[in-house]
Design a protein. Structure first.
Length: 146
């Protein structure tokens, strides 16, 4: 021991070659604290989206987009706007207007049109196959760009 060193060292100072227990405890505590804080932050951040989803709101998609904008830009007004929008019940104007239209058609003597059947959405990418159709080796797939 060095003559200038005190004779009694604190417990957190480790001898050379031994494991630093305090460093391990602080490291584990820091890791748990970061994961806990991140979980709480993300749980709080998704609050407007969960509120809108739970209430089956019409504006759910708008609230979700505002939440993503707030998350990636750190502009908190987007989160506040999403929270306020999730708390507001927007009125359903579609149902009364459909009922009015049906009543007017009935008064005019026009047979109301049936609800259109669900049309499959074919707006996605299409697969076009070129060739004579006889030989699979001569076919080439074209995906909309050359």
């Amino acid at each position: 021991m060095h003559p200038a060193a005190p004779h009694h060292l604190p417990a957190f100072i480790t001898a050379p070659g031994e494991t630093d227990v305090l460093m391990w405890i602080v490291g584990i505590f820091l890791l748990v604290a970061i994961l806990t804080f991140g979980n709480i932050y993300l749980h709080l951040h998704t609050l407007p989206e969960r509120m809108a989803h739970r209430g089956h709101k019409l504006q759910f998609e708008i609230v979700a987009v505002l939440g993503l904008l707030a998350l990636f830009t750190h502009i908190h007004i987007f989160w506040v706007a999403g929270l306020l929008l999730a708390m507001v019940d927007l009125p359903d104007f579609g149902s009364p207007l459909r009922r009015i239209a049906g009543s007017v058609e009935k008064m005019a003597g026009v047979t109301p049109e049936e609800e259109p059947a669900v049309v499959p959405d074919d707006t996605g990418p299409r697969r076009v196959v070129a060739g004579d159709g006889k030989s699979p080796a001569t076919k080439s797939e074209v995906h909309g760009h050359a």
